[in-house]
Design a binder for this molecule. Structure first.
Ligand code: CP
Ligand code: NVA
Length: 327
């Protein structure tokens, strides 16, 4: 009896040691800073390759037998469908969970959810509010946790947007990128990307709606090119190769929507703003867009807009990310 107990105890200790070792080795994408610049470049190159292979009808099965769980606490069209089609397109399978249908909605601790999910699936893709939620899940997970948008970051979106810019304009480190509007999750991820991938970034945000000050400061210290915050949107687009715009009120800020319409009025991406930039400057919007608010219909539908290629590229980039982390 005592032998059995001690052997069971030894087994228990061994299992715990193995689990913590696996946990320590597991890669996550909580923000773009989880990658090196070389890895980001490799993901962009691989996503472009996967896109061209799909167009040639080449099938992939690298993720056959693998399952990812999508846990979404906010709405999504593009991110959900592009992750699902990326996974199916590589032979894998997906379980989608709306967070309100899980025990999270009844206050099950994240650390329990993370360890349980880790035993069912090979990766977790999470869309939620606080960055601390994805961090807590990752702390306990033994499979990769992928941030599919928090209030602070939208790393996978910015990776696929960089892919779009590279397709249109060539190597990113020779380009100047502009951001006009709210200093939100997208802006923060663009700032991290600029420092990692060595491109110039100018953001124009109204006072009081700046990007996260710590993220900006860190990037400004480590970046080899200028990462600049200005107030005048015309200044940001001058000389830019690509202009990024996003909604003025992000998910979770719906109550501020009306107030923000007035505050952001002069930050609208319209023809007058485009006239301050190069005629060949491309316009990106991660979508969904609010026409005649942050961007006018004519600009969104113009030849300078690449928003639908940008949306498509999410699927190719998600394939590259899943292949890197899950296969
Ligand atoms: N761009 C983006 O993340 O879109 P969804 O909210 O539709 O996923
Ligand atoms: N900043 C937006 C992006 C939507 C894809 C939001 O968080 O709602």
């Amino acid at each position: 009896m005592s032998v059995a107990r001690s052997s069971k105890a030894r087994g228990g200790v061994k299992r715990r040691v193995n689990e913590s070792q696996v946990r320590a080795m597991t890669r996550h994408i909580l923000s773009l800073n989880d990658f090196s610049s070389q890895e980001m470049q490799e993901l962009v190159d691989r996503a472009i390759e996967l896109k061209s292979e799909r167009k040639k009808g080449i099938n992939h099965s690298q993720l056959s037998g693998r399952i990812i769980g999508l846990v979404f606490e906010k709405p999504s069209t593009r991110t959900r469908v592009s992750f699902e089609s990326a996974m199916y397109g590589m032979g894998g399978q997906v379980i989608f969970l709306s967070a309100r249908d899980t025990q999270l909605a009844r206050s099950e601790p994240l650390k329990d959810m993370s360890r349980v999910m880790s035993r069912y699936v090979d990766g977790m893709v999470i869309r939620t509010f606080g960055q601390e939620v994805v961090e807590e899940l990752a702390r306990y997970a033994t499979v990769p946790v992928i941030n599919a948008l928090t209030d602070l970051h939208h790393p996978c979106q910015v990776l696929s947007d960089i892919m779009t810019v590279v397709e249109e304009k060539g190597p990113i480190n020779a380009l100047k990128i502009a951001w006009v509007g709210d200093g939100n999750n997208m802006a923060n991820s663009w700032i991290e990307a600029a420092a990692l991938m060595d491109f110039e970034l100018t953001l124009a945000c109204p006072e009081g709606y700046d990007p996260d000050p710590d993220i900006l400061k860190r990037a400004q210290v480590s970046a080899s090119k200028a990462v600049t915050l200005v107030r005048d949107p015309h200044k940001a687009v001058a000389g830019a190769d690509a202009l990024n715009v996003d909604v003025w009120a992000s998910m979770g800020q719906e109550e501020e929507q009306v107030e923000r319409l007035k505050i952001f009025e002069t930050y609208q991406v319209n023809q007058r703003l485009l006239d301050s930039g190069k005629p060949e400057m491309i316009v990106l919007h991660c979508l969904p867009a609010h026409r005649e608010e942050e961007i006018t219909e004519d600009v969104l539908e113009s030849d300078q807009s690449v928003v639908f290629d940008q949306a498509e590229n999410k699927m190719h980039m998600h394939k590259a990310i899943l292949e890197k982390l899950i296969s």
